[in-house]
Design a protein around this ligand. Structure first.
Ligand SMILES: [Zn+2]
Ligand SMILES: [Zn+2]
Ligand SMILES: [Zn+2]
Length: 160
């Protein structure tokens, strides 16, 4: 193999990455304003001050303290639900649901995998975690994607 060959890889990029980028230029998707945080709310609605982060969609019910962009949606308006648990009760699931219902699409910005055991190709669910890293039935201090066995492993704390 010639070492002089110019490839995307040689400049630290992949074809996939460039595909996405070139599409983003055309469609206008590819900017921060369209990115959705793992808490289920737009990244642009997070505030950072003195190393402290908070989600401003509704400070009263979103405790997101470590924003992580997980997907990019062609419409971000639907992403304004509250988390009341993991899976279908998570704000991210509700947002994706509302978005799909309205005929819009989104793409992953991360490889969807279990944050704990790193398994891909398994069913993963968004889950809100408390400060003590338990799955809770309200908005999470942090939010993760977990496979079912890990969900059970992490354990749930119920607040009724
Ligand atoms: Zn967030
Ligand atoms: Zn939030
Ligand atoms: Zn797992």
């Amino acid at each position: 193999m010639s070492t002089n060959e110019v490839t995307l890889e040689s400049i630290g990029l992949s074809l996939d990455q460039m595909d996405r980028y070139m599409i983003s230029i055309r469609t206008g998707i590819g900017d921060f304003d369209r990115q959705i945080c793992i808490c289920g709310h737009p990244m642009a609605r997070h505030e950072r001050s003195d190393g402290f982060s908070s989600c401003t969609v509704s400070k009263s019910w979103c405790a997101c303290s470590s924003p992580l962009p997980v997907l990019e949606a062609d419409r971000i308006k639907p992403f304004r639900f509250a988390s009341t648990g993991f899976g279908q009760k998570h704000a991210l699931s509700k947002g994706v649901y509302a978005m799909q219902r309205q005929g819009h699409t989104a793409t992953w910005l991360i490889d969807p995998m279990c944050f704990k055991c790193k398994a891909e190709d398994v069913q993963i669910q968004p889950a809100p975690l408390s400060q003590t890293k338990k799955v809770i039935n309200r908005s999470g201090h942090t939010n993760v994607l977990l496979c079912m066995p890990c969900l059970e492993d992490v354990g749930c704390v119920y607040y009724y």
